[in-house]
Design a protein. Structure first.
Length: 252
């Protein structure tokens, strides 16, 4: 099946690292979309990979928690590439780890500001254009921690659960404008961020939790995202798709 995204403009947030944002960008571009990359860090490497494949792409520095920065960058994307029809809300702070009492109010608030309010800022900036064009695809990248909770991840899990409520509400509001909104909740992936996070025997324990007994490949999430952004997924909205190798299944 071809997903046929030729002529579509996709915005992927959080695409600087060798992580999921890069994978979404490459998978969307592989289906023909032109891609805007947005991150608080430079996305040079991701941009280079896209340009080498002959993809029309641009990258933008922006802190998604700052609404004025987001509005300015979205104006620039519109000028450079056109109206955003596909939004992948992937940017996130993943590094706040500690038992509940040890996570300071400031760090908890910081996660809320980026992972929830930053996601709202970016979505708010593209939503009216999608409504006007009567077509849109929004994908929120949540997490296994958002659907199941995570010990030592109270603030992260809280923010990742919040985007599910945002998504389902927008799915209801967007349906009459032919806009779909879905959540993809990955399990543990082979990403740079996970490599930096792993301590002791954590990796082994994580692998054992998944029915498939392995980490996910980044493109396995990217391909799911590309499908949800295609015309083929036109009747799927308000769903949470767990791409986690069966980590949420009961096992013993
Ligand atoms: N890697 C995994 O195993 C895994 C599992 C479940 C969910 N996820 C989710 O997938 C997404 C990508 O994770 P990743 O593993 O690729 O990690 P990552 O750290 O490589 O990606 C997150 C990106 O968000 C950017 N970012 C952070 N704060 C920002 C801000 N204020 N403004 C703009 N950009 C900002 C970072 O610079 C980074 O490039 C995240 O939403 C994460 O919660 C990842």
């Amino acid at each position: 099946m071809k997903f046929g995204l030729e002529g579509k403009v996709a915005l992927v947030t959080g695409a600087a690292n060798n992580g999921l944002g890069r994978a979404h960008a490459l998978c969307l571009a592989g289906e023909g979309a032109s891609v805007a990359l947005l991150d608080v860090q430079a996305c040079d490497e991701t941009l280079k990979l896209l340009e080498e494949k002959g993809i029309k792409a641009k990258s933008y520095l922006c802190d998604i928690s700052k609404l004025d920065e987001v509005a300015k960058v979205l104006g620039q994307i519109q000028k450079d590439l056109g109206s955003v029809q596909i939004l992948v809300n992937n940017a996130s702070i993943l590094s706040t780890v500690g038992m509940f009492n040890d996570i300071s109010p400031e760090r908890f608030r910081g996660d809320v500001e980026v992972n929830i309010l930053g996601t709202v800022n970016v979505t708010r900036s593209v939503w009216p254009h999608m409504m006007e064009k009567k077509w849109g695809r929004v994908v929120f990248i949540s997490s296994f921690a958002g659907t199941h909770g995570g010990a030592g991840q109270t603030s992260y899990a809280t923010t990742k659960a919040a985007v599910i409520g945002l998504c389902k509400s927008l799915a209801l509001e967007g349906a009459r404008f032919n806009i779909t909104a879905n959540v993809v909740a990955p399990g543990v992936m082979k990403s740079e961020a996970v490599q930096n996070f792993i301590r002791g025997d954590m990796l082994d324990r994580m692998i054992k939790k998944a029915a498939m007994r392995r980490l996910g490949e980044l493109h396995e999430v990217g391909n799911t995202v590309a499908f949800l952004c295609s015309e083929q997924a036109s009747f799927i909205t308000g769903q949470v798709i767990e791409v986690d190798g069966g980590a949420g299944l009961f096992t013993f």
